[in-house]
Design a protein. Structure first.
Length: 131
């Protein structure tokens, strides 16, 4: 199902794949705020943006009502699978070990992207007890 609303998410996924797969293994050891490694922040940010953009794209397209009405579910599934594929690719082809904290940063970014989508588009208030 191609839609103009999903084009940005598709292009973002391609960029994310190449940035994660072909990045140098000798990244500088930067710390965000003195405690958060920069690469974990980058993983969080890219999956946060990707999941949010995919959710918006699925909800705004009109070619598939299933995708439109279940945008969150499909963006969650696609984002989690994409995260696992990237980490497994890195494990088998780049690093001799599985980076669990990268996966956790990805999952935290995915959850935050979905929460932002819900907050903006579904008008929920995540900070109150009544929704």
């Amino acid at each position: 199902m191609y839609s103009n609303y999903n084009l940005f998410a598709f292009l973002l996924a391609i960029v994310m794949f190449f940035l994660n797969v072909y990045r140098s293994q000798s990244l500088p050891e930067l710390q965000m705020g003195g405690w958060l490694p920069f690469d974990k922040f980058a993983h969080f940010t890219q999956f946060f943006v990707f999941t949010f953009v995919a959710s918006v794209g699925f909800s705004k397209q009109s070619k598939s009502k299933t995708l439109q009405y279940h945008a969150i579910k499909y963006s969650l599934i696609i984002s989690v699978l994409f995260s696992l594929i990237l980490e497994l690719w890195q494990f088998y082809f780049l690093y001799p070990y599985f980076q669990i904290f990268d996966t956790l940063a990805n999952l935290l970014g995915i959850c935050t992207g979905i929460l932002l989508f819900l907050w903006i588009y579904k008008k929920i208030n995540i900070f109150s007890k009544k929704n």
